[in-house]
Structures are given as C-alpha cells and as structure tokens.
Design a protein around this ligand. Structure first.
Ligand code: NIG
Ligand code: FE
Length: 421
C-alpha cells in the first residue's frame, strides 16, 4: 500500500507499507523495548512470534499462540529487535575528507575546521549528486538495520544551499534538521553577527518548510552561547524542535543551553561538568508508563566521532547512573565520523564506554526514538511501526560480541522486507 507523508507546506514523500498480514515466527529472542520485569528494559521474550498488519505490529506473543497470517517469515530461532533509530546524521554533502582522517591518525587534532572544505564541495555539487549521496548512505544504513534516521543540513550555509539540502533530506526522512549554524562560512568570517541575523531571517524562512528540528554547533570556534540561544529561539518561534551539538571539543555551555530551551536532545556530551549532568537529570519526566520515565532532554552519544578523531569517549556510565536517558547515534558525516553503522556504535559503546550490551542496544533503538520524540518507532509492541531486524545471531549480545561482522540478516521497514540484504 502506498500513502504519503505530508507536512504542512512540506514535500510529499511516498511511504510504502505492507499489505495483508505477515507473521514473523520462530523468534528465539525478541526485544520489544516494552519493559517487562524489573531490570529488563529490553522487554525480552523467548520463543516468540510477531504479527504485522498494515505496516504496524498487530500482535506479539508466544510462538505457540501465533495467529494465522497471509505470509510467514521463519526467523529460525534468531534474535529479532526493533530497527535502529539513528537520531544524528549529516548525510547531505559532497566529497570526502579521507586525507584529513589520515592526517589525524598521524597526530593532527580535530578542530572542526574541515567543515568549510565540505561546504565548498557541497555548494559546487548538483542536486542530483547530493541526492545520490544521501540515497547511497541511507541504503547503507538500512542494510545495517537503521529504519529511522535523522538528517541534518549544515554544509550549504547559504539560503539556497540550506533549503535545497533540507528539501533533498526530506525525500528520505521526516526527521530533518536545519543546521545553518554549523560554522560561520568564510564570506561572513569577519561579521558573525550578520551571519546569525541571516540564519534567523531569510535562511530560516527558506529552510523551515522542510525541517522538523533546528540544531546549532555550540562550541568554541563555531557559535557562542548567545548566538546559539538566539538562533534556537528563532527556530522554536516557527515551530521547530530544538537539538544542540554540545560539549564535543571541550567543556562549555551547550548542554545547559539545551536544557534551558527544552531540547529533545543534546548531542556529543563528551566534556561534561557535574552541573551539566545534574541539569540533564533534572529534566526527568516521571510517568505512569511501564518505562517509569525518562529525561525530556536526552544525551545522545556519538562514539564514532571519538573513534575517528581519536578523542576520549564520553562518560556514559556517569550519565546513566545519574538517571539521564542516553541515545546512541552515528553522527555520519565526512569529517568526524564517516560511519553509517549503528552496530559499530553499539560495539564501541560497550567496549569503550562501559555500557552493558542491553543498555547500548536500548540506546540505539528506544533511546534514539526518545531523542526524536517518536513513540511509533524504537519498540515492538502493538501499534508500533513494523520496523525490525532479524539478526544472524541468537542474541542481541552478539552485536557487541562480534564487532565488524555483518549480523543483519533481514530488515523490515513498515512491515516490508528490504532488498537486497
Ligand atoms: O557532529 N561537530 C560538528 N559537526 C559534525 C562534524 C562535521 C564535520 O567535521 O564535517 C559533528 O561531529
Ligand atoms: Fe554532528
């Protein structure tokens, strides 16, 4: 069945949903993220089955009670989990920065200065070239289990180039983010106030019809806290949700600014003070739901960036122990983290950030959904979108235990098997 995802004033994007009923049967380990017993945030079920109707999960239960269906997929005793929700990616760009990566591996520090190189290449690219890159990376991510992805602009940095970046991004996702405040482009180097005025004025007006979110790189060398606050407030005023690139390269005010503005997520969180952690923990929303609550502002950790910039990893344990909701995402971009692989990020989070495999898988699914304020994805319960992964493994533990191995046997998106696998 084909429908259209339409936002007011936004583009129309075809959505393919499954038709008829489809039973995924003989599931050895099913992760629902619908919490069961205490200490089981993954809502783990053994010997389970799952029924899909109209692109949604219609039933979950013991395999022996499975209802009849038009079609059946035999999971063969494998693990099944919700599709990954990658809540932070920069896919609209041209060129690559492999030489910059090689220089870093030889000892050069990462400063974010290379963003301007990608801005030049992106401005020079045609729409078709940009669209082809997004399609390639979106396909790559899907084959690795990512069924929901956020895509940012931020390599155009002119009114026309930011608008077209978001227009192209919106062809691939509902979660588009306006990042006109990525860096101050060279032509505004001597007048950053003018650039901020332009971002809040004509650039936001051109970008907003294609965007759900607004983001700012709040960091020394990019945007200071006053500029960041002004830009995010302008975005909020036209209905965009707030996210912030914060505390990546050093300590700073970005995380607390995000909390102040009610951001859905503050991303990177590599250099945090006690006050930052306390501010995030204080956004906890307790609810009567089975999850027992979460923080309204999620800390999204991007270990691919620390890997590719050879930097210290964020202290995930400190955040988790303080009760902060943590998401994992790829930060896929040509500079600091050119990976589209959520399994790679899970493996890094477990090995380098001391998250348990269960915490890391939850953060890559339900955590990402919380960071995007989505309740339809990141879980496999009645009414959720039928986005799921069948692993080539008996347990989710294998995602970190077998790093670098292609364990994604099959992906269903809106209940539709994705080909080729
Ligand atoms: O999230 N930190 C800012 N933006 C990206 C890096 C982009 C780049 O280096 O091209 C990030 O790491
Ligand atoms: Fe980023």
């Amino acid at each position: 069945m084909t429908g259209f995802a339409v936002r007011p004033d936004g583009p129309a994007r075809p959505t393919v949903r499954s038709s008829g009923s489809l039973l995924v049967d003989n599931i050895g380990e099913l992760l629902t993220n619908a919490p069961g017993a205490e200490g089981d945030p993954l809502g783990l079920r053994r010997d389970a089955a799952l029924l899909i109707e109209d692109g949604e999960v219609a039933w979950v239960g013991p395999a022996r009670d499975a209802p009849p269906a038009d079609r059946r997929i035999d999971a063969g005793g494998a693990a099944v989990l919700p599709g990954f929700v990658d809540s932070h990616a920069h896919l609209v760009f041209a060129g690559d920065r492999a030489a910059e990566f090689a220089a870093r591996m030889a000892g050069e520090p990462y400063t974010g200065g290379g963003i301007r190189t990608t801005v030049g290449a992106t401005r020079a690219a045609s729409d078709g070239e940009l669209r082809a890159t997004v399609a390639r990376l979106r396909g790559e991510a899907m084959r690795q289990g990512t069924t929901t992805i956020e895509i940012k602009s931020g390599y155009g940095l002119t009114v026309a180039d930011e608008a077209r970046s978001l227009r192209i991004a919106a062809e691939f996702t509902d979660d588009t983010t306006f990042l006109g405040a990525h860096v101050v482009p060279p032509e505004y180097a001597d007048r950053p106030d003018d650039y901020v005025g332009m971002v809040c004025g004509p650039m936001l007006a051109a970008a907003a019809p294609y965007a759900r979110w607004i983001d700012v790189f709040c960091e020394r060398g990019a945007f200071d806290v006053d500029h960041a606050r002004a830009i995010l407030a302008c975005g909020q005023a036209v209905g965009l949700g707030v996210r912030v690139h914060a505390n990546q390269l050093g300590p700073g005010p970005g995380v607390r600014l995000g909390v102040e503005l009610g951001a859905a997520s503050v991303d990177h969180c590599t250099h945090l003070s006690d006050a930052d952690v306390d501010a995030l923990a204080a956004t906890r929303v307790d609810c009567m739901c089975a999850e027992g609550g979460h923080t309204a502002t999620v800390a999204t950790l991007l270990p691919g960036a620390e890997f590719s910039t050879r930097s210290p990893y964020p202290d995930a344990r400190r955040l988790l122990d303080a009760g902060v909701t943590v998401a994992l995402a790829t930060d896929c971009n040509p500079g600091s983290s050119y990976t589209s692989s959520m399994p790679f990020c899970i493996a890094l989070a477990v090995r380098e950030m001391r998250m348990t495999p269960a915490e890391a898988v939850w953060a890559a699914t339900a955590g990402g959904a919380a960071a995007l304020r989505r309740t339809d994805v990141g879980r496999l319960a009645r009414g959720a979108r039928a986005d799921l992964i069948i692993l080539d493994a008996p347990s989710h533990l294998h995602l970190a235990y077998r790093p670098g191995v292609p364990l994604i046997r099959q992906v269903l998106h809106n209940g539709v098997p994705q080909c080729p696998q």
